[in-house]
Design a protein around this ligand. Sequence first.
Ligand SMILES: CC(C)(COP(=O)(O)OP(=O)(O)OC[C@H]1O[C@@H](n2cnc3c(N)ncnc32)[C@H](O)[C@@H]1OP(=O)(O)O)[C@@H](O)C(=O)NCCC(=O)NCCS
Length: 214
Amino acid sequence: MSPVGINTTPLLVELSAQELRRRLTEALAIYVEAMDYPKGTEFHRAPMWTEHTHRPGWRAVAAVLPAGDDPATATETETMVGIAYGYRGAPHQWWHQQVREGMYRSGADERRIHEVLGDYFELTELHVSREAQGHRTGEALLRKLLEGRTESHVLLSTPEVEDEDNRAWRLYRRLGFTDVVRHFTFTGDNRPFAVLGRLLPLPSDGAENAHSPG
Ligand SMILES: CC(C)(COP(=O)(O)OP(=O)(O)OC[C@H]1O[C@@H](n2cnc3c(N)ncnc32)[C@H](O)[C@@H]1OP(=O)(O)O)[C@@H](O)C(=O)NCCC(=O)NCCS
């Protein structure tokens, strides 16, 4: 079934670092709209997204609507409706250090911290434009992004919302993500976030054997 508001099903394409940098404006527009951030946020995020493309293990996947009937000939005029990227986590990274601190403060011991943060893929961004949401495009992006990863865990952070009542939470829970840290405030952002994770690989679509991150 095609998503509401658009008349064709998105295709998933892996983007090289160069391709994402070339299409950064388009990708950031999806991010700002999906997260309901104020206009202008994209200018602050652009240098960070660009820097991330240089990190070891970086990978990005986009959901695109081909412009014509033939997807094979429409790559240059397609419209991006979803973007997901991440990279291999490492101890010198800010996010890693913040999560480590959050785990420590919430009572995790060194063994547990090492188990979770020792070998993971950070799902840094996952966004689908409003008109395309609710039709498993987010799930498909996430599955493709995680396909064949060699890390033992995947971790992400997402804003806390009451009763876990939004699409992001429903998606992550459905795919077996469990709590690593809850109600955590990253330095420089007052909003509470949850850090969620799970073991890799993801079970195939339809399988119900969800794993906890440890
Ligand atoms: C989070 C996000 C990427 C998910 O993308 P999506 O394409 O909407 O996600 P999916 O369709 O794969 O899954 C979410 C919806 O599909 C439903 N769904 C998917 N598969 C289903 C199935 N087999 N059976 C029943 N429902 C299903 C989910 O319950 C949910 O629907 P609902 O919220 O209407 O109940 C997207 O909604 C988004 O960009 N949100 C705003 C930005 C954001 O929060 N990003 C994540 C920040 S960490």
